[in-house]
Write a protein that binds this ligand. Structure first.
Ligand code: ATP
Ligand code: MG
Length: 492
């Protein structure tokens, strides 16, 4: 299995001792350059920060710091690995509990998958299917192929479900695109493509193409890969402007995060234009953790004779993600509360969501000035910068990712134990955005692991948080940020 993207092979350098960089140095370098990646021979990225040079020379002068950091790092990695091993037992228990979204009666063997796909699944360390995989796969693999609109909680394995459907349908000997998968963001498209590559590693001559900003295709050579994963804008250009993809030859069409992809506020025009050009026999698969009622109705109108897997609202939140809130007076109060929590809890990795790019920048500077090693990912960065930052975070080189809604959906980093809503997700009318709230907190607690979600709430926003609590019928507990004992107890 090979891929065609220049976004792979991202290799970041370690950055020990970076937290010792003085705040004056940071200011001199200027904030926007804090997370600039550099071009490398890999084509896309290498996440080396301009600060790296500075911290490195400091490190060179002070080898003790280096040793301490490496030791601490290795201990941290050991602890993270340990907790992952421990929680795999927890996952097995959940897979036997009929109330859990990870529950399954069947094994992967019983799902009638091809041998090479079973090998791919086991190579990824999966033992049993989750509920959504067990339910969706027989529908998706039925003959003739059927359409499906499927909802399942965050982190329950929707990706593997539709990836297996795509890999089961391609003909390796036909050298043109046969499956299309649309994702709302660059990061998610890359992540999904990597799942296809890993799961399809034993499928000989089946390849993936990434239709994302910055990836170019020679029109003379065309696309020979069978599976194309991309973002709507680029895919639209590839299909209609450059005529690189013949939509009449597509046999499986997947919309991941389907609710934003068809909601008129989202990517609707682009996704629907592609969907309309498909042949009637093309299988259409829509997946998401959330579907507002009107989006669901729209989905059922545009997808012919769909099978449906739907959750009730109270089933949407996951028990393994515990939710808290801290009442704050203003932004600097929120920051202090965040630092208290950060200082008292053992963090695998954390994602902090802010409502705007400006607040995200402000918070990044504050945290860096206070000596925390954090990175910032927001929409105004180039794809090269974004690829580098997310890769460094996946590799655990930064423990904290500060971001906007660009990372709210789909991103799967197992070590994320904490999500912080520095700001609540609100719609333009200042009402809570329930779907975004759920997707954000779902960046932790992946596949049954335990996760914590903290909401930093200004007093006047408390009614909005209560609405969220009421909407999902789930408990969000108040926390006193000055009470370290209470905070420490949360972990147990
Ligand atoms: N059957 C399985 N056994 C073990 N791990 C699995 C299985 N299926 C999926 N996973 C793992 O679970 C994690 C979450 O999967 P995935 O990203 O597909 O969730 P999702 O349902 O798409 O979530 P989201 O709604 O956040 O997009 C991934 O790390 C994936 O490798
Ligand atoms: Mg997903």
């Amino acid at each position: 299995m090979a891929s065609s993207s220049r976004g792979r092979g991202v290799a970041g350098k370690t950055w020990p001792g970076s937290h010792m960089v003085s705040s004056t140095a940071r200011r001199e370098l200027g904030f926007p350059s804090l997370c600039l990646p550099q071009k490398t021979s890999y084509g896309f990225t290498n996440a080396s920060l301009p600060l790296e040079g500075h911290s490195k020379s400091k490190m060179d002068n002070d080898s003790d710091e280096d040793v301490v950091d490496l030791a601490a790092n290795s201990l941290l990695n050991k602890l993270i690995r340990q907790s992952l091993v421990e929680s795999s037992h927890h996952v097995e228990v959940l897979q036997k509990d009929p109330r859990s979204p990870l529950y399954s009666v069947k094994t992967f063997e019983e799902l009638q998958l091809k041998q090479e796909l079973l090998r791919g699944i086991y190579a990824m360390g999966y033992n049993r299917p989750s509920k959504i995989q067990e339910m969706a796969l027989p529908m998706m693999l039925a003959c003739p192929r059927q359409n499906l609109i499927a909802q399942s909680q965050s982190g329950t394995g929707k990706t593997a479900a539709f990836v297996l459907a795509m890999l089961s349908s391609v003909s390796a000997d036909k050298k043109f695109p046969q499956c299309l998968c649309l994702s709302p963001t660059y990061e998610l498209a890359m992540q999904t493509g990597q799942v296809v590559e890993r799961m399809g590693q034993f499928c000989v001559n089946v390849n993936v193409m990434y239709a994302v900003r910055g990836n170019r295709v020679s029109r003379a050579l065309g696309i020979t890969q069978q599976i194309v994963i991309g973002t709507p804008g680029t895919l639209l250009d590839w299909c209609f402007k450059w005529k690189l993809i013949d939509l009449t030859k597509i046999c499986v069409f997947v919309l991941d995060e389907a609710d934003v992809m068809i909601d008129t506020q989202g990517f609707s025009d682009q996704s629907i234009r592609i969907q309309r050009a498909l042949q009637p026999g093309c299988q259409m698969l829509l997946f998401s953790a959330t579907f507002e009622d009107f989006v669901w109705q729209f989905a059922e109108r545009i997808i012919p004779e769909p099978n449906v897997i739907k959750l009730r609202t109270e089933e949407l939140t996951l028990d393994n993600i515990r939710q808290f809130y801290v009442l704050c007076r203003h932004r600097s109060d929120k920051y202090r509360a965040l630092c208290n929590i950060y200082g008292s809890i053992t963090i695998g990795q954390a994602i902090i969501f802010c409502q705007t790019r400006q607040i995200a920048k402000w918070l990044t500077v504050e945290m860096m000035e206070d000596g925390h090693q954090v990175s910032l990912l927001s929409g105004e960065l180039t794809v090269e910068q974004r690829a580098a930052i997310i890769q460094r975070f996946r590799d655990g080189k930064e423990k904290v990712l500060i971001t906007t809604n660009v990372c709210a959906r789909g991103i799967d980093v197992k070590q994320v134990t904490i999500v912080v809503n520095f700001d609540l997700p609100l719609n333009q009318d200042y009402e809570p955005n329930y779907e975004t709230y759920l997707h954000r907190i779902g960046r932790t607690g992946r596949f049954g692991k335990k996760g914590l979600a903290f909401n930093m709430i200004e007093v006047d926003k408390l009614p909005l948080l209560m609405k969220i609590q009421e909407h999902f019928k789930s408990q969000i507990k108040e926390l006193d940020p000055e009470d370290m004992d209470e905070i420490e107890k949360i972990e147990n």
